[in-house]
Write a protein of this length. Sequence first.
Length: 405
Amino acid sequence: MALIVQKYGGTSVGSIERIKAVAKRVIDYYKKGNQIVVVLSAMAGETDSLIELAKKITDEPDPRELDVLLSTGEQKSVALFTIAVKSMGYDACSLLGFQAGIYTDSLYGRARIHQIDTERIRRELEKGRIVAVAGFQGLDEKGNITTLGRGGSDTTAVALAAALGADLCEIYTDVDGIYTTDPNICPSARKLERISYEEMLEMASLGAKVLEIRAVEFAMKYNVPIHVRSSFSEERGTMVVPETKDMEKVVVSGVTYNKNEARVTIRKVPDRPGIAAKLFKPLFDAGIVVDMIIQNTSEDGLTDLTFTVPKADFKKSLRLVEEVAREIGAEKVIGDENIAKVSIVGVGMRSHAGVAQKMFEALANEGINILMISTSEIKISCVIEEKYTELAVRVLHKAFGLDKE
């Protein structure tokens, strides 16, 4: 008997017909003698509809109450799914986040899981039941409902798989696996049979939307094998697994892009100890994630500092930085929302030279100017003008032979 955790996304449970189809698929696994824990997202569009309802009252809903509201989306899904399973003659039990023992911090809207008490889930499994858990939600130490942020159901599923010691975690979505790049941009994109945790972590952080980054972090930390596959077919998807030696033979595994970043530049910043810390502190206090940071060489005791932030936080970032810039005597703050980040990812970069040069040359041949560059052991990212995003993705995909088997 295997213990399997399955997660189904919003499109997979987007209608009563699809919920019934998911119930049948889960029952098929159950009939093979497996113990099944199912994590469900809200029905497609449900979370956005709930946010719109709240914003009809105020542009800035109270964060605690918004989490209470948004958690009802997953509550609806697990209840309907369990009703469907029972109508087909099988025993099942739905659990909300707090009933499933998922405990988080108190950061409403993007809470992080601290621990999971699996006692209730195990008790239900021992009774021979299929257990359906509401994804995306938990409970803080004060007893308040919290939500984990977009993609939080992925995190719920992998965290449960780790806590339960599951044999496999399957992430069902509307795509049939992880591709070398976005097939909507590059028709020659190929589905990968497997990818390492580290590569998937980079791809998730760089804009690939198939898996949420915290889910991959949990999987890597607790060695949880993940199978990403489609809920609309029986076709095998992509396995996310620990790195193996033969993975290094492939220099680049994927090309990603992200159009949801903006660039902020502070001109003529006094170049002395403590200034950078002072500039970034209000961003940190506001929970704004800063990505790439570049500081120019100092001239006459002054330097330029450039960084990127999520586009949704751009205006707030400008306002916060402008206040500090005035305090420290910087010349001015300028911003640019019309940028994109394109990246190449691959564990093979560790053992192959000339990868960066090949990337820069491929972009240069198409007249694409590089605005910023950042690197790690297994990734290179370039910020470019947003209008060149699709071209850059196709060019890099071809340059590194990803269109070939």
